[in-house]
Design a protein around this ligand. Structure first.
Ligand SMILES: Cc1cc2nc3c(=O)[nH]c(=O)nc-3n(C[C@H](O)[C@H](O)[C@H](O)COP(=O)(O)OP(=O)(O)OC[C@H]3O[C@@H](n4cnc5c(N)ncnc54)[C@H](O)[C@@H]3O)c2cc1C
Length: 430
């Protein structure tokens, strides 16, 4: 088949296609790796495996599943929908926004080791120490293999501190939903925007989990790089993954450096944030992440990111940008400030766009990209309530053409109209 007939073939198949199982979602590159499908599968037939070039992906243990569709129902990769009942709280292009703050953790160690100002960790610590959260379900380093992540439930300051800082590599915190249901006390859930969106979808099929979530916290996210990205970072540092005793992507000041420590010699290798994220990791962000309309955690109670609008000064200990999205988030944040966990000052909502121009730009190009993908027979996510057409319309004419033309070029050159071969998702993980 030549390329045009391949596109035509997939275009016609697409009209009849509905995802029935999560492996189809992976093959069409729409999985974000959150792990919610693992928790939703009633037969416990899925486990996450790291496909180095793709990310963490669900693998079927037994191909003969009942096709109940629960894995698809909870998948944030195939689509997201805002409930716009309370339309007034929806800000232009950032989802629900009640308040915007900037500040940092009052605890200097948390501030220093946090990604930006340690505010996400300080907020979580307040919920555990002063409010009635039983623990914090979050992502931290897997200390036995420091380039990997693991989901854990932190209950003390030391455990929360150990998980602070961003891990720019695959993580599946939604794998933990079943455990959260078993805990006697409600947990704070910290994840990327897709993880929190998956939590909201999971709540629809397992409503009991709502009572077990003390607060849903999101970090901003431009996309998760695959493990291959981290391996390239290590190559650039001149150290192999097996020789590591520890590995951090950032933190230790703002934005901090990517730091690898060699096991035997204790030698330290570093790359700046720009070299690590801008120069390497951002090139390893997957297809689904590039089609994400929610980079700032619009489904969370509260979300945290970098206030890049004021570039970090030398030796700056760090600041975080905080978006309050629900009344629950507002109440808890106020209490965390009153109890001395966070030092914050209110800022204008325009600070979000000034801090995150590339996230805004991505959202504005999205409608055009999705339209081209559909025309070319490439399955793409369905989004509701994001106002994507309105955002796209704001682009200058030349940028509109770019979003269309660039997508045609990428679909054609990367053969995105063909699914990935199924054998790469068969326990071939690293
Ligand atoms: C892949 C990725 C892309 C990002 N892109 C942007 C961006 O474009 N713009 C921006 O402003 N910020 C981005 N961030 C978020 C940013 O790095 C900080 O997390 C954010 O500024 C909050 O900082 P903090 O100091 O308040 O958080 P901290 O106090 O350091 O807490 C960070 C929290 O995030 C959790 N976490 C870390 N890595 C992951 C992960 N991979 N998956 C799920 N949870 C995790 C930790 O468990 C911890 O609870 C990104 C983060 C990641 C992981």
């Amino acid at each position: 088949m030549n390329r045009l007939s391949e596109i035509f073939f997939h275009q016609s198949v697409l009209h009849f296609m509905r995802f029935e199982r999560v492996d189809q979602i992976c093959r069409w590159r729409l999985c974000s790796g959150c792990g919610a499908c693992v928790s939703a599968c009633p037969e416990r037939n899925l486990s996450m495996a790291d496909i180095p070039a793709e990310g963490l992906r669900p693998i079927l243990k037994d191909v003969h599943c009942r096709r109940c569709g629960r894995c698809v129902q909870v998948c944030p990769g195939v689509g997201l929908e805002h409930n716009r009942e309370n339309a007034l709280i929806f800000s232009g292009e950032w989802g629900p926004v009640l308040e915007v703050w900037e500040g940092y953790a009052a605890d200097p160690e948390i501030r220093y080791w946090g990604s930006s100002g340690g505010a996400a960790s300080a907020f979580a610590l307040y919920c555990v120490e002063q409010a009635s959260a039983g623990g914090v379900v979050q992502t931290g380093v897997d200390e036995t293999v420091p380039i990997r992540n693991r989901t854990c439930c932190s209950r003390t300051r030391e455990e929360i501190l150990r998980c602070s800082g961003s891990r720019y590599s695959p993580a599946s915190p939604c794998e933990f939903f079943e455990r959260i249901l078993e805990f006697s006390e409600p947990s704070v859930f910290v994840g990327k925007p897709c993880d929190v969106a998956a939590l909201r979808k999971y709540e629809k099929i397992v409503p009991e989990i709502s009572k077990k979530i003390f607060a849903a916290v999101s970090i901003f996210c431009a996309g998760t790089p695959s493990t291959e990205g981290t391996l390239v970072v290590l190559r650039e540092m001149g150290i192999s993954a097996e020789k590591l005793s520890s590995f951090r992507y950032r933190g230790g000041g703002w934005p901090g450096k990517a730091t690898a420590i060699e096991k035997k010699t204790g030698q330290k290798k570093e790359l700046t944030y720009e070299q690590c994220w801008g120069g390497i990791l951002s090139r390893y962000v997957g297809f689904r992440c590039r089609l994400c309309p929610d980079s700032t955690g619009e489904f969370a109670d509260i979300s945290f990111g970098d206030p890049w609008y004021q570039p970090p000064k030398p030796n700056e200990p760090g600041r975080s940008l905080v978006i309050v999205r629900t009344e629950r988030g507002r109440t808890l944040l106020r209490q965390a400030v009153q109890k001395g966990y966070l030092i914050l000052q209110p800022v204008s909502e325009t600070v979000i766009a000034r801090s995150q121009p590339s996230l805004l730009n991505k959202r504005r190009h999205l409608w055009g990209r999705l339209a081209v993908l559909r025309m070319m027979g490439v399955p793409s996510p369905r989004y509701g309530g994001f106002g994507l057409f309105r955002s796209w319309w704001k682009l200058p004419f030349s940028e509109k053409l770019k979003s269309l033309g660039g997508t045609v070029r990428r679909v054609w050159s990367r053969r995105l109209y063909c699914p990935l071969p199924s054998d790469i998702f068969r326990e071939k993980s690293c």
